[in-house]
Design a protein around this ligand. Structure first.
Ligand code: ACM
Length: 541
């Protein structure tokens, strides 16, 4: 009976031209997963799922909402997919878990079974599968027979990119998004304006890009007096922004845009002097060519408040899925507010006794505008100076872990990016001979070992995220950007996935797994930093 059935089904398969999954040859290789899943079991030296024919999805799976989303996620992760087959070997089922990003995988020679707590778990499940592709004993690509149960500790796992200081093209941004997705990072914090350039097209304020996106030259990052004489002109059109947002979404990444308010405003004020404190002595805004903190801050006036409403409204439209919008708030000097009669009159009108209250006014105003637009506000930790900061404001703690603790103790959700450990513009130690590859000094030796070891524990459950900030004053091109980002991005991803779970993998173990990712980095032609500090592809600038 059994034999008959088998013969019958084989005949049926041949008749329809469909070959059901053949087992792979035995697999002795173990995938080097980063981040390591919480639970991972592999049946060693057993056949796994052979990938030579791609992954087939039957009609029912191809037409179900979950199935379609899984097919898209697997394709985005690089798998060859065959939907609409009469017989498939992909099954996607819901699982019960409090964390919507929780997923499970059960791989047998016949089937890929994905369990997900919510659709947002699919990108991570797909990327674990992509990282798990190994070779069987015949050298064919295959997934090992394995069982994975996994979920992240933190919901915001991010990288901040700074195209304001040095442009990063749409193409390169997309490349970086795929790299982030590979390591299950799910937030790109996009620093779209600063003193040295305004990079996002805003229809209502065309001079922001017509003027604010251009500077005649840039300072050397060590010797500020030395200028390179190379003009910079760069911005993302709204179509560019939509393209990047959609691409990120296809990889499970949400982009959080940042508009700096009220400081780091040289480019904005150069474009629209009405935004600035025009009556402060020596007022002469320009798009900055140097690095640092500059005195041009927004003026507390009707023009500025309308500008903020208009710009944030356009930004919200361009980033429909961003649950929170970053309003900057860092490093705001008070010089101009002190010397501007109009700013002083504004203080008097509101009975403010200190200039810091003008910044607090801006913070409250932004929170109110964003609330009307249906979004939450996130800002650098300086926004905590505002009394009665709305409880739902998210604090991005950059100055220290102490600031993160204060934010948490005041009941705010916190995203950790302390400068001591998560600023990837700082040096990694072991620098190559060409000083081009040197990072900023001040916090040195921020290598992957340091990142994994850095103590980020805060009790109370208020930490929702962790990210690395890749400030680009010292990063003029992708060659250097890649060197500064990779492989530190992997350590960040592992740390954010585990946060302070006691099962965090040991650093030694991480180093071994990291080496196995070099071929992946090479496949993207990344100029990554090797263990001895040398850049992979280009030894000099
Ligand atoms: C910052 O580094 N100024 C947030």
């Amino acid at each position: 009976m059994h034999q008959l059935l088998l013969r019958f089904s084989l005949l049926a398969l041949l008749a329809t031209g469909i070959v059901s999954a053949q087992p792979s040859q035995p697999i002795s290789e173990q995938p080097a997963l980063i981040p390591l899943p919480l639970q991972y079991e592999q049946q060693m030296n057993q056949p796994g799922f052979l990938l030579t024919g791609g992954i087939k999805a039957d009609t029912a799976t191809s037409h179900s909402e979950l199935g379609r989303a899984a097919i898209r996620a697997l394709m985005a992760a690089g798998f060859e997919m065959h939907p609409e087959e009469t017989e498939g070997n992909l099954r996607v089922v819901p699982i019960n878990h409090i964390n919507p990003e929780a997923y499970s995988l059960k791989i047998t020679p016949q089937e890929i079974l994905i369990g997900i707590a919510g659709p947002q778990a699919l990108p991570a499940a797909a990327q674990t599968l992509a990282q798990a592709v190994v070779h069987d004993s015949a050298g064919q690509p295959a997934l090992p027979a394995m069982h994975v149960d996994d979920y992240p500790a933190l919901q915001h796992r991010g990288i901040m990119l700074d195209p304001s200081r040095h442009p990063i093209s749409v193409k390169d941004t997309k490349r970086l998004l795929s790299l982030m997705a590979r390591y299950k990072l799910n937030r790109l914090h996009w620093h779209l304006c600063d003193d040295q350039g305004w990079r996002i097209e805003i229809k209502k304020y065309p001079r922001l890009t017509a003027i604010g996106s251009k500077r005649p030259e840039s300072s050397d990052w060590v010797n500020q007096k030395q200028k390179d004489g190379k003009p910079v002109e760069f911005f993302y059109t709204q179509n560019d922004i939509r393209e990047v947002v959609e691409y990120a979404h296809s990889l499970g990444i949400t982009i959080i845009p940042e508009i700096e308010i009220p400081g780091h405003a040289c480019a904005a004020v150069a474009a629209y002097p009405e935004l600035g404190n025009q009556d402060s002595p020596g007022f002469a805004p320009r798009v900055e060519t140097g690095w640092g903190v500059f005195t041009h801050v927004m003026a507390p006036c009707d023009f500025t408040f309308r500008f903020i409403e208009d710009v944030l409204a356009e930004v919200c439209e361009l980033f429909p899925r961003a649950p929170y919008i970053h309003i900057g708030g860092d490093e705001v000097p008070h010089d101009q507010w002190k010397s501007s009669p109009a700013a002083q009159a504004f203080m008097k009108q509101h009975a403010y006794t200190h200039e810091s209250q003008i910044q607090d006014h801006f913070t409250h105003f932004c929170a109110q505008v964003l609330r009307k637009l249906g979004r939450r506000m996130v800002g650098w930790d300086e926004i905590m100076s505002a009394p009665q900061l709305p409880q739902d404001a998210i604090v991005m703690a950059w100055r220290s872990m102490g600031h993160a603790r204060i934010a948490a103790s005041r009941g705010h959700q916190v995203i950790l990016c302390p400068i001591q450990s998560f600023y990837f513009n700082f040096s990694q130690g072991n620098d190559p001979a060409d000083s081009f590859y040197t990072g900023l000094s001040g916090f040195d030796n921020i290598n992957w070992q340091h990142i994994l070891a850095f103590d980020t524990r805060i009790n109370g459950g208020k930490v929702i995220g962790m990210q690395a900030n890749l400030w680009s004053e010292c990063i003029p091109c992708m060659r250097k950007l890649e060197y500064m980002l990779v492989p530190r991005i992997c350590a960040l991803a592992e740390k954010a996935w585990y946060y302070h779970s006691s099962s965090a993998p040991a650093a030694e173990h991480f180093g071994q797994r990291l080496q196995a990712h070099y071929p992946y980095f090479d496949s993207l032609q990344l100029n990554f930093r090797q263990e001895d500090g040398t850049p992979r592809l280009y030894t000099a600038r």
